[in-house]
Ligand binder design. Structure first.
Ligand code: NAD
Length: 478
């Protein structure tokens, strides 16, 4: 299967004639060839987006909302196909791809359609004048996404970006191109005006970098690793592009001794290992209050070892494969570092799977205890099925440990004392905290991180604000 770029309403081969391989994380087999695009393809895509901008931005919000709903309807008719492609491309379990990826991709379009339809008139009256605030498109947007939640994150950007009247060039991860391609086919089938959404496949250096630095790109929405985010920020800031960076995380789950232990263990297993621990929000540092430390560990290990790992297409599978051999090596390296730092591996190793999976990227969920709270494995983002467990005694100690990383994305707190839960939450330096739950998403709330986890917020009205330029028109009336 050859995947193509989508530029100005046409599926086209890369200018270079060069291709990259898309490999199955579960088996190592080749799934597809994708364009190894370069600045020539980017120039064409940006040009197409620039030409489409005047007509698209002059539509009403209602018109654009109706286009978003058309995309949602068509995507919904491909719900199962989205789940199958995502599971195949990322190695994640099919049930997760269905419940999380397919569900949210459709919902993102519907959610932003509704938000955009509801944008009202914003006025500020003065004694002698009226201020009217309008929201104009920014221009051509560059939307760059990672491999862990491919269509979920791409749709999270495309919907508000085009909904607010921008036109876009998307650059999905080279490791997971399949559902991005499905979205382009969907957009093509419903007849969205050509050039409004363009997509260029390829790697970061060849395609991502010239897209970010392109002089006709006015906005960059980037989700990915912190070190890449820093390169993107430098390139975007030299020409004052509007910039949103959703980057890495090292999130704490803080477990107080008054928590509902059964519920907490289930929640913390989910937050530690969902998508093989490859979610930026995953709780990979587990802080447990001393009185329940041993009991928590016993129950936690039982639940972790009960997870079924293997065939991503099996409905009963809980954990699939990691994205790539390189990523598996990185995770293995961290486990070796943990051992050298004095960590005890409470559970881990490799699953025993059939011959079919011998070239896949497999590792069992790994739980490490006895590490210092400032050890590398406890403070650096591993982004795999590896968690570290630490003991704390007081509320303040838990807060200090949770804040002791360069990241500040999310976290969770588990307690029956909601006043304490809220008090502790307010002291944690992150963009988001859940109390007695994890990844419980309301799309209206702000999403994003502080410190090395990013700059800016997306979600609800924050996305609408990022993907537009607010303008004030003041009319003197006396
Ligand atoms: P990555 O930074 O390697 O790649 C992300 C995207 O950037 C890919 O499309 C890649 O091709 C592109 N890219 C690479 N170099 C580039 C460059 N120089 N210029 C422009 N684009 C470039 O990240 P990844 O490995 O795909 O994803 C994993 C990371 O993403 C983790 O750190 C994870 O925490 C983070 N993430 C964050 C969030 C969030 O919302 N905060 C969500 C998902 C993933």
């Amino acid at each position: 299967m050859n995947i193509l770029n989508y530029i100005s309403g046409k599926f086209v081969e890369p200018e270079s004639g060069e291709w990259l391989e898309d490999l199955s994380p579960a088996t190592g087999e080749k799934i597809a060839l994708i364009p190894k695009s370069n600045h020539h393809d980017i120039n064409k895509a940006v040009d197409a987006a620039r030409k489409a901008l005047p007509a698209w931005s002059s539509l009403t919000n209602l018109d654009r909302a109706s286009w978003l709903n058309k995309i949602a309807d068509k995507l919904e008719s491909k719900y199962e196909e989205i789940a199958e492609l995502e599971s195949k491309d990322t190695g994640k379990p099919i049930s997760l791809a269905r419940e999380v990826d397919a569900y949210r991709s459709v919902k993102n379009f519907r959610f932003f359609a509704e938000m955009i339809r509801d944008i009202g008139v914003e006025k500020y009256e003065m004694e002698d004048a009226t201020n009217r605030v309008i929201y104009k498109p920014v221009g051509v947007g560059a939307l760059i996404t990672p491999w862990n939640l491919p269509l979920y994150l791409l749709s999270w950007k495309v919907a508000p970006a085009i909904g607010m009247g921008n036109t876009v060039v998307c650059k999905p991860s080279e490791m997971t191109p399949l559902t991005a391609d499905l979205l382009m086919k969907t957009i093509d089938e419903i007849g969205l005006p050509k050039g409004v959404v363009n997509l260029v496949h390829g790697d970061g250096i060849g395609a991502g970098s010239p897209l970010v630095s392109h002089q006709d790109v006015s906005l960059v929405s980037f989700t990915g690793g912190t070190s890449t985010g820093s390169i993107v920020a430098k390139s975007a800031s030299s020409s004052f592009k509007k910039l949103s960076l959703e980057l890495g995380g090292k999130n704490s789950s803080i477990i107080f001794d008054d928590c509902d232990l059964e519920n907490t263990v289930k929640g913390v297993v989910r937050s530690g290992f969902l998508n093989q621990g490859q979610v930026c929000l995953c709780g990979s540092r587990i802080l447990v209050q001393e009185d329940i430390y041993d009991e928590f560990i016993d129950k936690f290990i039982i639940e972790v070892e009960a997870m079924k790992i293997g065939d991503p297409s099996d409905e009963n599978t809980n954990l699939g494969a990691l994205i790539s051999p390189e990523h598996l090596s990185k995770v293995e390296e961290y486990i070796e570092i943990a051992k050298s730092e004095g960590g005890t591996i409470l559970t881990g190793g490799y699953p025993s799977l059939s011959e079919k999976y011998k070239n896949g990227n497999w590792i069992s969920p790994t739980v490490i205890a006895d590490l210092d709270v400032d050890s590398r494995c406890s403070t650096e983002e591993i982004f795999g099925p590896v968690v570290t467990i630490h003991k704390f005694s007081t509320e303040n100690e838990a807060i200090d440990i949770a804040n002791n990383t360069r990241y500040g994305l999310a976290g969770s707190i588990w307690t029956s004392d909601l006043e304490k839960g809220n008090r502790v939450a307010e002291s944690i330096h992150t963009g988001m905290i859940w109390i007695n739950t994890w990844l419980h998403r309301d799309l209206r709330v702000p999403f994003g991180g502080v410190k090395d986890s990013g700059v800016g917020r997306e979600g609800g009205k924050w996305s609408l604000s990022f993907f537009s330029e607010a303008m004030n028109i003041c009319t003197k009336n006396k």
